[in-house]
Design a protein around this ligand. Structure first.
Ligand code: AMP
Length: 228
């Protein structure tokens, strides 16, 4: 699959239920295209850890598996997209999550004169998600993500990248996972039709192993990116 590849103006959105492997795929795509991965979940978790006002507002929603209010997260993303590292493009992971967020993103991108290149849907069977998420471990320090079966750390319980002790996310407990899946079906799944209607949707099978999912995404993006 080769190394990093420069691409100008690649603006991507990654869709899919919790546990689809969006974060892992986003990280790989971000390296390949040389564009920042903007994960709203990671931004919010960092804010909670830092004890900021944003973190204080977001924490109760996150722990309950609910979405933080649109106006809060839209402001965060708008500010982030204005940073200089987004000049050559960006990849949004975990945003938008509702139709009003998608509409707000369209407005922001229109202002920036940076149309969306594609919305990639990583589709997985919801039944599989509960097992996947219960085996997920994350690094509280650098946000690296592992899976005890599919992507274990080299040394059990220790982050390969920074050496911190891995943890299970508060919202990866089974009852919260079920709530998150319900929220996805009700509030986020409609975005599949939203982007299909704009002819921006690329659907990939997230049930394959990590490298195969990545290869399918790149193959499908290739056609779109080369046209741009
Ligand atoms: P994630 O890491 O993407 O699964 O996000 C973890 C949690 O952060 C979600 O369950 C929400 O509570 C919150 N969150 C992340 N992104 C968004 C978003 N775009 N809109 C609302 N809430 C979000």
């Amino acid at each position: 699959m080769g190394g990093r590849r420069e691409a100008e103006g690649v603006q991507l959105v990654l869709l899919g239920p919790p546990g689809a492997g969006k974060g892992t795929q986003a990280e790989m795509l971000s390296q390949f295209y040389g564009i920042p991965q903007i994960s709203t979940g990671n931004i919010l978790r960092a804010a909670v850890q830092a004890g900021s006002e944003l973190g204080r507002q977001a924490q109760k929603y996150m722990n309950a598996g609910q979405l933080v209010p649109d106006e809060v997260i839209i402001g965060v993303v708008q500010e982030r997209l204005g940073k200089p590292d987004c000049a050559a493009g960006f990849l949004l992971d975990g945003f938008p999550r509702t139709v009003p967020q998608a509409e707000a993103l369209d407005r922001v991108l229109a202002e920036m004169e940076r149309p969306l290149t594609a919305a990639v849907e990583v589709a997985v069977d919801p039944e599989e998600v509960v097992e996947r998420l219960s085996l997920r471990r994350t690094c509280p320090q650098c946000a690296a993500v592992y899976h005890l079966k599919n992507k274990p750390p080299r040394q059990p319980g220790v982050c390969d990248a920074c050496g911190a002790a891995l943890v299970q996310r508060e919202d990866d407990r089974e009852e919260v996972i079920r709530k998150r899946l319900e929220v996805y079906a009700q509030q986020t799944a409609p975005l599949v039709d939203y982007y299909a209607g704009k002819k921006l949707l690329l659907k990939v099978d997230g049930g394959q192993e990590i490298g195969a999912v990545q290869a399918e995404i790149r193959r499908k993006l290739e056609a779109v990116v080369n046209k741009a």
